[in-house]
Structure formats: C-alpha cells, structure tokens
Design a protein. Structure first.
Length: 342
C-alpha cells in the first residue's frame, strides 16, 4: 500500500472534510512549481549573460586582452621585421634601439689560431672615417671634428665600436678620401671601403662596381686589391708577400680585413696570428661576398666594442696590443668609428 492510499484511508476515518488538504497540497505544489520555474528562468538568463560576455566577469581577463591591442598602455613587443634579433651561432655584442647592432663569431684555424669577426648590422649602424695624427698626411685639407685623430664628443655618445684602417699611404696600397677631400688619389682596381654621406658603408672595387651611379660619397679608404671576390678568396691569398710586409718576414702575424655580406652588413675580421687565407675564409664563412685586407702586424690590428652607444669600450680581438680606448685618446693612424643610428 503506497503512502497516498494510507493517507486517504486515514482521512476517510476522520470527521474532517476530506477535500481541504488535497486542495492545499495542489496549491502548494503549484506554488512550488512556479517558484522552481522562476529560479530556473533566472539561472538561464544569468548563464546566457555570462556566456555572451565572459571578459566582463573578470577584470584580469579584460586587462590581458587590452594589453595585446595596439594603442593600449602596455608595451607591445616590436615585430621581427623591424627588430634585429639573435641569430644562431652569433653572439650579441652591442644593442641599439631596434635590437642587436653588433654581434660576433669566433673561428679557430687548424693550427689553433683564432679569428674574430664582428658584424655591424645594416640600418643599425653608420660609419665615419678618421685620419691619424701622423698618417695619412693631411696637407692643406681642413677636416671636421668627425674626421679628427680623436673621437669627438658628438660621436662619443653614439659610439658602438671602432677598428683600424689600412696601410700607411707611403706603402702605395691605394688612395684616401675623407669628408669629400682627397688626401691621396684613388686608384682603379683597388678594394675600397666607401662611406656615403648618410654614414652607410659599402665595399667593392673602385672603377668597377664603385662608385655606384648617383652615390653620394663622403669618404673612401682603399687598401690593396680585393681579398674576397664573389664569395671566393683571391687567387693571391697563397702569396704571403702580396698582402704586405710582416715583422721579421714571418707568414703568421696579426691581420685584419673588412667585408660586406649580401644584406649590406659590414664585417670586420681580426686576429693576432693568421694567414691571409684565414682572414678571407672567416669573412666568407660569415657571409662576406666582397672583402679587403686592412692593416697587419701586432701594433696596428685594433677593434674596440661597447655594449651600447656611448658605453665603455672593451678589446674586441683577444690579445690585441693597443688599449680599447685608443680612439678616445687619439691615434697616429687612421681608423673607422661605428656609430648607432639615431
């Protein structure tokens, strides 16, 4: 017998009307159903509102979303198309406003000697050619501070690196032009480092691929025929004496070179113990398509680098003789400064 039947039997045995309680039960049931319906309806509306705009329920979620949108107060990382980022194998040395401005590689030859290659990234760096206090001879030329034997105060705050120039003018290895003034006549067929008026650097062969049509040239530093042509070492690299006189006539000495890759980056290679082929090979392995030899012998191979524009200079070639701040104090020989673009 179910509960409902038992309840009915008890009611029939009593003197109270049997119709009142069922009505109240129905009313209560209807009321309960109505309340349940209202609650269910309210929950449905609340759920629908949450799903349609979930970010408004959590301020943290809203702030995270807005920070990834342009124009928000949060810093948005620049895209790789406008930022110079680290490349596998290369070690960052100097940073500019748009990422890495100078990085480097180290090559070890079969005999254990090392060649350091510093890469000055196009668009992040610009160049200026300086005369030395003794060489090249200035004659009657009047040169501005940015070409003097000492780094100017205007350059110092932008200085990322500096490196040695080429042979003495008396060696007859080529011409020299600075700030539009010719200190020694330029020679066709010579490898040349050309600096345009906007500070951009190029390397090529004078009278063949340089100067380019319409190029606005500020300075030119020549030094011997090219060391690398078309990503290949010069056939003359095996002839030690074709690349300058060394101390005591030995083959393995301090050497330096300068190249340019297909992107327009300028590459400096320096070592305190190398053959001409070592410098050429290191530059080619670093991407150089064209390159020239710079100065040789321990007294003159010099690279200085800073971690950021205007920071303290440090020696860039292990074992180099001269102090890193040589260019700040003045030098008897010509050199090139590497400046951050503004």
């Amino acid at each position: 017998m179910g509960p409902r039947a038992a309840r009915a039997r008890v009611l029939r045995g009593s003197n109270r009307p049997i119709v009142t309680k069922p009505k109240r039960s129905i009313h209560r049931a209807l009321l309960l159903l109505a309340l349940i319906g209202l609650a269910t309806s309210a929950c449905s509306v609340s759920s629908a509102r949450y799903n349609s705009s979930p970010l408004h329920t959590d301020p943290r979620a809203s702030s995270v979303t807005s920070s990834s949108k342009p124009g928000s107060n949060s810093i948005v990382p620049p895209t790789t198309s406008t930022t110079i980022v680290e490349q596998p194998g290369w070690v960052p040395v100097s940073y500019g406003r748009s990422g890495i401005a100078v990085d480097e590689l180290t090559f070890t030859s079969a005999d254990g000697s090392q060649v350091t290659v510093a890469r000055f990234r196009v668009g992040q760096t610009r160049f200026a050619l300086h005369v030395g206090s003794e060489d090249p001879p200035q004659g009657s030329a009047v040169l501005p501070a940015q070409a003097a034997p000492m780094v100017s105060s205007a350059e110092a705050s932008l200085l990322l690196a500096a490196f040695n120039g080429g042979f003495k003018i008396s060696a007859g290895a080529g011409g020299f032009e600075v700030d539009g003034q010719t200190l020694n006549p330029l020679v066709s067929g010579m490898a040349s480092f050309v600096i345009d008026t906007n500070g951009t650097g190029h390397i090529g062969i004078w009278g063949q691929d340089l100067p380019a049509a319409g190029e606005q040239i500020a300075s030119v530093r020549q030094n011997l025929p090219p060391l690398v042509i078309g990503s290949q070492p010069s056939p003359q690299t095996s002839d030690i004496f074709a690349w300058g006189s060394t101390l005591r006539g030995v083959a393995v000495v301090a050497r330096s070179g300068l190249g340019e890759d297909a992107k327009g980056d300028i590459l400096y290679a320096g070592s305190m113990a190398a053959l001409p082929i070592d410098i050429a090979s290191a530059l080619i392995a670093s991407g150089a398509t064209t390159a020239m030899e710079l100065d040789i012998n321990p007294e003159w191979v010099q690279l200085a680098v800073a971690s950021s524009a205007g920071a303290t200079l440090s020696a860039g070639v292990p074992g180099q003789n001269r102090p890193a701040d040589q260019v700040l104090n003045g030098w008897t020989r010509d050199f090139v400064t590497v400046l951050a673009t503004s």
